[in-house]
Design a protein around this ligand. Structure first.
Ligand SMILES: C[S@@+](CC[C@H](N)C(=O)[O-])C[C@H]1O[C@@H](n2cnc3c(N)ncnc32)[C@H](O)[C@@H]1O
Length: 201
C-alpha cells in the first residue's frame, strides 16, 4: 500500500470519529502532565493533536506557554478550534511536512498518533528540524507483547483507520537514533500503553 493511502485512510477515519473521543487515553494524559518538566517559556507542539483535549489540559497547567497543534483531520481540528484555547495555533497538515520554522519548538508531544505515520523517517527529519537545540519529544503510544505486536503488524496494511506500525522500544529507538536522538526514558504505564522520551543531541 502506498504511503498516501495510509494518510488518506487516517484522514477519512478520524474525520468520521472526530466527535467520539476516539483514542482518548486518560492514563497517558495524567502520566505525561505529571512528568512533563516545562517552564513558562517552553514552546510546545502536540503532533496529531486530535480534538485538542491534551492542549486544553496543557493550557490549564500553564497559561504562558505558546502552544501548537497539528493534525491531518480537518474535523478533529474543527472541534479543537471550538475549545478556544488561548495562545494555541492549530494547523491542518501531515507529520512529514511540518509548517514550523527551524528550531522553533522546545517540546513535541505525540499521543496515540505516531503509529499512523507512514513516513517515520521523514517525520523524524522534520521533528529534528523544528526542535530547538536539546529539544525533546514525548511519544505515548500503544504497547503490547512482541508476538501480538508482530501479528498485528502483519494486518495493519488492511486497517481501515490508517494504522501503519506498532513499535517496540527497540524499533522506535532505531528510527530516532538515525536522526541522532537519545532516549531519555521509557515506561510501560499500562498493559496497552508506553511513554518514550527522546532528546535532540
Ligand atoms: C488516536 S488519535 C489521538 C489524538 C490525540 N493525540 C489524543 O491523544 O487524543 C490519532 C490522531 O492522529 C492524527 N493523524 C494520523 N495520521 C497523521 C499524520 N500523518 N499526520 C498528522 N496527524 C495524523 C489523526 O487524525 C488523529 O487525530
Amino acid at each position: 500500500m502506498k504511503n498516501n493511502d495510509f494518510n488518506k485512510r487516517s484522514r477519512i477515519f478520524f474525520n468520521r470519529v472526530a466527535a467520539k473521543n476516539y483514542g482518548n487515553a486518560e492514563k497517558l494524559d495524567r502520566y505525561i502532565l505529571k512528568n512533563i518538566n516545562i517552564d513558562d517559556k517552553t514552546t510546545i507542539l502536540d503532533l496529531g493533536c486530535g480534538d485538542g483535549r491534551f492542549l486544553k489540559e496543557l493550557r490549564e497547567l500553564n497559561p504562558d506557554n505558546i502552544l501548537y497543534g497539528l493534525d491531518i483531520s480537518e474535523k478533529m481540528l474543527e472541534i479543537a478550534g471550538s475549545k478556544k484555547i488561548e495562545r494555541c495555533e492549530f494547523s491542518l497538515g501531515e507529520s512529514s511536512s511540518l509548517p514550523y520554522k527551524d528550531d522553533s519548538i522546545d517540546l513535541i508531544v505525540c499521543l496515540n498518533s505516531f503509529h499512523h505515520y507512514p513516513n517515520p523517517d521523514l517525520t523524524l527529519k522534520e521533528i529534528k528540524r523544528v526542535l530547538s537545540s536539546e529539544g525533546r519529544i514525548i511519544i505515548g503510544d500503544i504497547f503490547t507483547l512482541p508476538i501480538i505486536r508482530e501479528i498485528i503488524n502483519l494486518y495493519l496494511p488492511y486497517s481501515r483507520s490508517g494504522d501503519y506500525k506498532m513499535y517496540s522500544k527497540r524499533s522506535l529507538d532505531k528510527v530516532f537514533c538515525v536522526e541522532g536522538f537519545k532516549n531519555q526514558n521509557f515506561d510501560i504505564i499500562s498493559p496497552w500503553l508506553f511513554v518514550s522520551e527522546y532528546k535532540k543531541i
